[in-house]
Write a protein that binds this ligand. Structure first.
Ligand code: MTE
Ligand code: HPA
Ligand code: MOS
Length: 750
């Protein structure tokens, strides 16, 4: 089944924030961002801006009735900067005017007088100054200091990875208006409607029940709207609260790119020790996370980096420390993979360096160290249902890895100016929010008198297809035609206290809650059916809209049954509540069982480098991936393709550049290049691993949103291998993205 919304998407009929019919008297906002990355504000002059015809009012920190505080995990982030600014683009004021252009023009006339303070953009410098967002954390297994003696080979290196812009098609935005009894209703392009509700209440000094947040769908989120949609939604609510009028704010792309945080850059040092037969005996790493000016989701992202710092390998002795460093950049935030790609790049770099020094293919080390069933993860969880070896072996066989190697060598020997390279990229990704509390969800199901079904959950549709999967689940439990099922907007008044749709767990959590609600309704309806047909409720079943009694069809249809149930005053509504069982984590010992299960897979990536220009083509990305028993192979394939492309972009071409003043230089699509159809792999194939799927995945269909991102990282190492084949003097370094400029330098380095 295709994504059930795609027909409306391509006809332009799906409603996004900017498609909501605008109410009479609506005003429009524009945000003034700081032009200094770190400064003491000594004067704010609004007069010229206020004098612009059509400007209604300008809001600053002085207008906040509650707390000037929007930090989701740690209270360290003002909605509007008041006495100091901490990053270039930090919101200082919201101008509200009769139209968008007037608001923007007026914002440009606000004068901010400030005295510069020292600007830090490098996490290693922040570490020296002890500028931390939270204290460092360390994961350990075995006895690292004793382990070095057992190693035949020890290698050390450092690794850097860059930021990444989310570039959702729909920029950040919100639309708020006064509601009944002094409340506020907000339409927000957010992955976390409850966060918007909670923080708005806090800023306005109101209670959560006075704030209603509604989300139809997002034009992409990718993590960038897990936390960072909140501030902009709160701004519109603040203005609507004061002006008693509807206020809309949609960020222009340029503001969005400059004001919002990105994937965290990391700088890391590692030490890896191997035995004679290439078993990794010890791995030690220290990582500096570039958190930006406030915590945002950095503490949770730091945690996921730690969880994934050994990727798909069993390493008996480890010690990995992450420092979350405060810098004068926009607060960095969630982005597909949530810190895991950064950690995985470090261990894969360590393996690549060892392979280079030992003059063997990296895949030999990778294969030797893959997790086995019952192996211990660093954090105390025992690997269960771990099939990384199967993925790795099947990828090697089905895609004929050995032939490929020979073909590449032949090509390289006969080609004057092009070189091919290959890399294998195993992936292991833990499914569940690492914060156990967040692994809960609710679903509200109404069956209407005519037999149609309306479903509300906490899940946000952002293109990943969660609505389709949820509709499939309800249709399966009731055995009705999927056309009967409608997914309602996500609304905090219908389903409360939601976790953001994130951690790839949207379908697992909300789908399981939905099953619970549907099962309860089903049980009630079976009772009604048994009374009508004269049997026990256990003998009733539903098949394609027909009610069966003892496995044979009756005259009774779904539609008639619903009508009868209603006439008999049986409730046709139900709310299901789900919490993931068996998961826990103790932050004192840094041990536990945090993940419901892991997703595994292996990609083989081949590239061709043009050794005159430094440009490259991604020839093939060939994957064996464990979907479990996929609920929707079409959607899952789309997630693989999108994830791979985004991962390729991060590791090869997307380069975020800040100058020493903390100002973003790559702030347009002419200076920030993302993969397009021309840079997509010529061949992208994904073979599902034959498995039954784990019990804790909804209907045994594994979460798929984030894991494929990591396959793209393999391109970095494939390009390195191509460079190596051309330039015998090349010493690999580990600093992504591998841009064409960098490739060119490396091709001719000595
Ligand atoms: N796919 C599309 N098309 N758009 C998105 O914004 N976000 C990704 C992934 N796939 C995203 C996407 C991220 S970061 C996550 S965490 C998951 O989808 C969230 O949705 P899920 O939990 O339903 O998989
Ligand atoms: N993943 C994604 N988002 C999150 C997480 C996580 O593990 N924890 C908190 N927000
Ligand atoms: Mo995804 S980074 O967990 O929104």
């Amino acid at each position: 089944m295709n994504n059930m919304e795609s027909a409306n998407h391509v006809r332009g009929r799906s409603v996004y924030l900017d498609d909501i019919p605008v109410l009479h008297n609506t005003l429009y906002g524009a945000v003034l961002g700081s032009k200094a990355a770190h400064a003491k504000i000594t004067g704010v002059h609004l007069e010229d801006a206020m004098a612009v015809k059509g400007v209604e009012r300008i809001f600053t920190s002085a207008d906040i009735p509650g707390q000037n505080e929007i930090g989701g995990i740690i209270a360290d982030e003002p909605l509007f900067a008041s006495d100091e600014t901490h990053y270039y683009g930090q919101p200082i004021a919201l101008v509200v005017a009769r139209d968008e252009l007037t608001a923007r023009r007026a914002a440009g006339l606000i004068k901010i007088i400030s005295e510069p303070l020292e600007i830090i953009t490098d996490p290693r410098i922040a570490r020296e100054r002890e500028e931390f967002l939270i204290p460092p954390r360390t994961f350990r297994l075995g006895e690292i200091e004793e382990a070095w003696d057992q190693c035949e080979y020890i290698f050390e290196g450092s690794v850097d990875s860059g930021a990444q812009e989310h570039l959702y098609i729909e920029t950040q935005g919100a639309y708020a208006y006064p509601a009944d009894n002094g409340g506020i209703k907000i339409h927000s392009s957010t992955q976390g409607p409850t966060a918007v509700q909670r923080i708005t209440a806090q800023v306005l000094g109101m209670t959560m029940n006075q704030i209603e947040v509604d989300v139809a769908r997002l034009g992409g989120g990718f993590g960038g709207k897990e936390d960072q949609a909140t501030g902009f939604a709160v701004m519109t609510a603040l203005a609507a609260y004061h002006l008693h009028r509807p206020v809309k704010l949609v960020l222009p792309r340029h503001d969005d790119i400059r004001m919002t945080g990105k994937r965290h850059p990391y700088s890391s040092d590692f030490r890896i020790g191997l035995s004679k037969d290439y078993r990794i005996i010890a791995f030690k790493a220290t990582m500096y996370q570039n958190g930006g000016a406030s915590a945002d989701l950095s503490p949770a992202i730091m945690e996921r980096t730690l969880f994934h710092s050994t990727n798909a390998y069993f390493i008996p002795n480890t010690e990995v420390t992450v420092y979350s460093c405060r810098t004068n950049l926009p607060p960095n935030t969630a982005f597909r993979g949530f810190g895991a790609p950064q950690g995985i790049f470090v261990i894969e770099s360590a393996i690549a360096l060892a392979a280079y020094k030992l003059n063997i293919p990296a895949r030999l080390i990778q294969k030797t160290n893959l997790l086995k069933e019952k192996d211990l993860f660093q954090y105390g969880q025992v690997a269960s249902g771990s099939n990384i070896k199967e993925c790795f072996n099947e990828a090697s066989e089905k895609f004929q890895l050995n032939n490929k190697e020979k073909e590449i060598n032949d090509f390289n020997a006969s080609s004057p100016n092009a070189r091919r390279g290959m890399a294998v990229m195993p992936v292991c990704f833990g499914i569940s929010f690492t914060n156990t509390t967040m692994n809960q969800a609710r679903a509200l199901v109404h069956i209407y008198q005519d037999g149609s079904i309306g479903i509300s959950t906490g899940a946000i549709e952002m293109g990943q297809g969660v609505n389709t999967k949820l509709a499939q689940i309800a249709a399966a439990v009731f055995s009705v035609n999927i056309n009967r099922v409608k997914l309602e907007t996500t609304n905090t008044s219908r389903v409360a206290n939601t976790s953001p749709t994130a951690a790839s767990s949207g379908t697992d959590l909300n789908g399981n809650a939905l099953i619970i609600a549907c099962n309860a309704l089903s049980a009630r309806l079976k009772k009604v059916a048994s009374a009508i047909t004269g049997c026990n409720a256990e003998d009733i079943s539903f098949h394609n809209e027909i009610i069966f009694k003892e496995s044979t069809p009756t005259e009774l249809t779904w539609q008639e049954l619903i009508k009868e149930a209603f006439l008999k005053r049986v409730s046709l509504s139900e709310i299901g509540h789900y919490t993931t069982p068996k998961i826990f984590f103790d932050k004192t010992s840094e041990k536990g069982n945090p993940f419901a299960y892991h997703v595994y897979g292996t990609a083989i990536i081949t590239v061709t480098v043009d050794c005159i220009r430094g440009t490259y083509d991604i020839d093939e990305v060939l994957i064996v991936h464990d979907f479990g028993n996929s609920l929707n192979p079409v959607i899952d394939k789309g997630q693989i393709e999108g994830g791979v492309l985004q991962g390729l972009g991060w590791s090869t071409m997307e380069e975020i550049v800040f100058n020493s003043e903390g100002r973003l230089l790559s702030d347009t699509l002419s200076t920030y290049k993302v993969p397009d159809i021309y840079s997509a792999p010529s061949r992208l194939e994904c073979i599902p691993l034959e498995t039954t799927g784990p019990e804790l995945a909804v209907m045994k269909s594994k979460a798929v949103g984030e894991p494929p991102f990591m396959y793209g990282i393999g391109a970095y190492f494939a390009i390195q291998n191509a460079i190596k084949a051309f330039n015998p003097g090349y010493t690999p370094d580990f600093n992504l993205p591998m841009t064409p400029e960098k490739v060119l330098r490396n091709l001719y380095s000595k």
